[in-house]
Design a protein around this ligand. Structure first.
Ligand code: AMP
Length: 360
C-alpha cells in the first residue's frame, strides 16, 4: 500500500482516487476548492492553491508518490519535488505551450499541421492561406483561446493582446479525430486502441471504441503516442490527440494525464486508464489492457443534466453507466459527468446510442 498525493481534485483526480482505492492505496488531495469532486474520497484533503509551495511540501512529506491530474500544474513546483512525481515536469513544460509542443512533435518525426508563432501584429499578416486557426500558446482548453480566421476580413478584425504568444495553425479538414492513450510503466509502455472523438466548439462530446480507422492508421497513431511518452521518459498515463486525413495521422496535442476520451475504459477494458496510471506510478509491473466491450461515451455538460435524469428514468439499462463528478454548481458547457454505453453486441449498442445521444 502506498500513499498517493494528487495535485488537483477534479474529476480526473476523483477517478484516479477510485482506482487507487481499489488497489488499496491511501489518497491525499490538494485543491483550492474544498467542494471539489475529490473532497469526499480523499483520506486527507489539503485546501491550498496548486502552486502553494508549503502546501505541496506538506503533501510530499505525507506521500510515497505524487501525481498531477491537470496539464496546467505549475512545472516549477513539480520540478522542486521531482523525485516524487514520476510524470516529471518536461511533459508539463512542453504541453503547456502549443508552439513548443508542435515543435517537439515535429522533432520526433510526427506530422503536424503547418504552424508558426505570432509575437506581434505584423506576424499576423504572414497568414496567407485560409482558413487558419489562431490559438493562444498557453492556457487554452476546451476550445477557449482559439479563433478561426476564414478570410482577410477576419484577420483585420481579430484583436489579440500583445505582448502575448499565439500560434497560427493550418486548419485541417480531417476525416476523423482520434486519441491514443498510453501508459508508460518502469518496465515498458502499453497502449489502448485509438478512441474516435467528436468535439463541438472545441469541447469533447463523444468518444467511441473501436474506432473505424484502418489497422495501419492505428499502428502509426499508437507508435506516435508511445514515442512521445518514451522521449519524455514519462511514467503514468499520457494521451495524444490526432487528426486522421485519409491514411495520414496528424498530431494535434498531448496531455500528460488520463484523458476524457478514455473514460470508457472503465467499462470497456479489463484495466481502465486510471487503473493503469495508478499501477504505473506505484511501480507495479506492466499490465497490457484488453478491451472487453465496444463502447460510446457522452459527456454530460451542464445543459444535459435534466435530460440525463429523464432518459435514465425512462430507460434504466444494464449497459448504461452514469458517472457524476459531484460538482456543486451546474453551468452551461461545464463537464458534470459522463455516460458510458458498453456492450459487445453492436446492434444493442447502436440502439443505446440513438437513445442516449444528448440533444444540445
Ligand atoms: P485543441 O484545444 O487544440 O485540442 O482544439 C480543440 C478542438 O478544435 C480539436 O479537438 C479540433 O476539433 C479543433 N481543432 C484544433 N486544431 C485544429 C486544426 N488545426 N484544424 C482543425 N480543427 C482543429
Amino acid at each position: 500500500m502506498s500513499t498517493i498525493g494528487i495535485l488537483g481534485g477534479g474529476q480526473l483526480g476523483l477517478m484516479m482516487a477510485q482506482a487507487a482505492k481499489k488497489q488499496g492505496h491511501r489518497i491525499v488531495v490538494l485543491d483550492p476548492d474544498d467542494q471539489c469532486p475529490c473532497v469526499k474520497i480523499a483520506d486527507v484533503f489539503i485546501s491550498a492553491k496548486y502552486n502553494d509551495e508549503n502546501a505541496v511540501k506538506e503533501m510530499a512529506e505525507q506521500c510515497d508518490v505524487l501525481t498531477y491530474e491537470f496539464e496546467n500544474a505549475d512545472a516549477q513546483i513539480v520540478s522542486q519535488f521531482i523525485e516524487k512525481f514520476p510524470q516529471g515536469s518536461d511533459a508539463l513544460t512542453i504541453s503547456q505551450h502549443r508552439y513548443k509542443e508542435k515543435k517537439f512533435a515535429r522533432k520526433l518525426g510526427l506530422k503536424t499541421p503547418h504552424f508558426f508563432k505570432i509575437k506581434n501584429e505584423a506576424d499576423l499578416y504572414q497568414i496567407v492561406s485560409f482558413p487558419t486557426l489562431i490559438k493562444t500558446c498557453r492556457f487554452g482548453y476546451d476550445g477557449k483561446g482559439q479563433w478561426l480566421i476564414r478570410d482577410i476580413e477576419d484577420l483585420n478584425e481579430i484583436k489579440l493582446e500583445f505582448p502575448g504568444e499565439y500560434i497560427a495553425e493550418e486548419f485541417v479538414s480531417y476525416d476523423r479525430e482520434i486519441s491514443v492513450v498510453v501508459a508508460r510503466f518502469y518496465d515498458g509502455t502499453v497502449a489502448f486502441p485509438p478512441f474516435e472523438n467528436v468535439h463541438e466548439k472545441g469541447i469533447l462530446r463523444q468518444s467511441m471504441v473501436p474506432s473505424v480507422v484502418s489497422e495501419e492508421v492505428a499502428r502509426v497513431a499508437i507508435e506516435a503516442a508511445i514515442s512521445i511518452a518514451e522521449q519524455l521518459e514519462y511514467i503514468g498515463v499520457l494521451a495524444v490527440e490526432m487528426f486522421v486525413c485519409g491514411d495520414e495521422v496528424i498530431f494535434n496535442e498531448f496531455a500528460p494525464r488520463p484523458h476524457n476520451s478514455a473514460h470508457l475504459t472503465i467499462e470497456c477494458a479489463d484495466f481502465s486508464q486510471f487503473d493503469l496510471h495508478i499501477a504505473a506510478i506505484t511501480r507495479q509491473t506492466k499490465v497490457e489492457p484488453t478491451m472487453i466491450n465496444h463502447g460510446v461515451m457522452f459527456n454530460i455538460l451542464g445543459q444535459h443534466v435534466a435530460e440525463v435524469f429523464s432518459k435514465h428514468a425512462a430507460h434504466p439499462d444494464d449497459h448504461v453507466y452514469i458517472h457524476w463528478y459531484g460538482k456543486k454548481e451546474t453551468r452551461f458547457n461545464r463537464k458534470m459527468g459522463h455516460v458510458t454505453l458498453a456492450s459487445m453486441d453492436k446492434v444493442e449498442l447502436n440502439e443505446l446510442i440513438d437513445r442516449w445521444r444528448m440533444s444540445r
